[in-house]
Design a protein around this ligand. Structure first.
Ligand code: COA
Length: 286
């Protein structure tokens, strides 16, 4: 769907790129000509991911980086520039999340998720943004959000608060840094099977099945679908889009939002007679 080598000559930094959706995006970018910096707290994950990128003919460096530590983030951006020539694309994908009743959270649990998601995204944005501004060439930033950044969600309050903050940052910097030719966009994914998110959020087959049934398209997302959207948003194809966040969730969040949407998810053979009976029973003339 994209022109071959449409990311040629660009360096992309993908945080949390050693596994899951981060890795899928990194591999797709590599297929289209980008060089990669793959960052994660665990060097073991990123080294094998970087090797997979190299097998596709792209340059890749693996960096152990805790996005909560600004000095580690700055060192990673310096390495990207020194080893690969520039910093052109940043994907803020690293995340931390778990289900927990809010009254059982400790202040440190809240601070940990905020530290990874909100402060970590800011650290990477600041360090990469400074490089993009200094180069005079600008670049693109992509923040991986979630649809509950808008709606909020019980049991994941630290993550919801952090992602809402990143959404605000996305919109704020789209305006402030447009003059430096930096575009900032987001993707709000619904459920995509990954080892990390599944273990943290949908640990049993019953929970996964219930989650699938809440999705109007009745399936989870495929990594390829999200990776294609990411390429679109970081490449020149989306040159006039900034400050926006695209939801990719099979209709999940809208289905949950509408008061009567559960009727759309039920068997029409059961719903239609029910609604017809309501109509025949309704009083005329109010
Ligand atoms: N429920 C409630 N509190 C939890 C928790 C859980 N499931 N897991 C960790 N915490 C609390 C800890 O108790 C600790 O607080 P305390 O010191 O007051 O006891 C705090 O969170 C930090 O935990 P710790 O394990 O030391 O942090 P960490 O930096 O090693 O790990 C996490 C960070 C907790 C987010 C970890 O799950 C992680 O690294 N996840 C990355 C992958 C991921 O989350 N993927 C899913 C993305 S959707």
């Amino acid at each position: 769907m994209f022109k071959e080598r449409c990311l040629e000559g660009r360096t992309a930094i993908v945080t949390g790129g050693g596994t899951g959706l981060g890795l899928s995006m990194a591999l797709k970018f590599a297929d289209l000509g980008a060089n990669l910096v793959i960052a994660s707290r665990s060097l073991e994950h990123v080294e094998s991911a970087a090797e997979r990128v190299r097998e596709r003919g792209a340059k890749a460096i693996a960096v152990a980086c805790d996005v909560r530590k600004f000095e580690e983030v700055e060192a990673m951006m310096d390495r990207a520039e020194e080893d690969l020539g520039s910093v052109d694309i940043l994907v803020n994908n690293a995340a931390g999340n778990f289900l927990c009743p809010t009254e059982d959270l400790t202040p440190n649990a809240f601070a940990t998720v905020i530290g990874i998601v909100l402060q970590g995204s800011f650290h990477c944005t600041l360090a990469a943004g400074r490089k993009m501004i200094a180069s005079g060439k600008g670049g693109t930033m992509l923040n991986i959000l979630t649809s509950y950044a808008w709606t909020g969600s019980g049991f994941v309050v630290p993550s919801a608060a952090a992602k809402a903050g990143v959404l605000a940052m996305t919109r704020s910097l789209a305006v402030e840094w447009a003059k430096y030719k930096i575009r900032v966009n987001g993707i709000a994914p619904g459920p995509f099977p990954t080892e990390g998110a599944w273990a943290a959020l949908l640990p049993t087959p019953e929970m996964a099945e219930a989650a699938k049934n809440k999705i109007p398209l009745k399936r989870f997302g495929e990594h390829e679908e999200l990776a294609n959207l990411a390429v679109y948003l970081v490449s020149d194809y989306s040159g006039y889009i900034t400050g926006d966040t695209v939801t990719i969730d099979g209709g999940e969040w809208l289905a949950g939002a509408g008061e009567f949407n559960q009727l759309a998810m039920a068997d029409p053979a059961a719903v239609k007679p029910l609604i017809a009976a309501m109509r025949s029973g309704q009083k005329k003339g109010g």
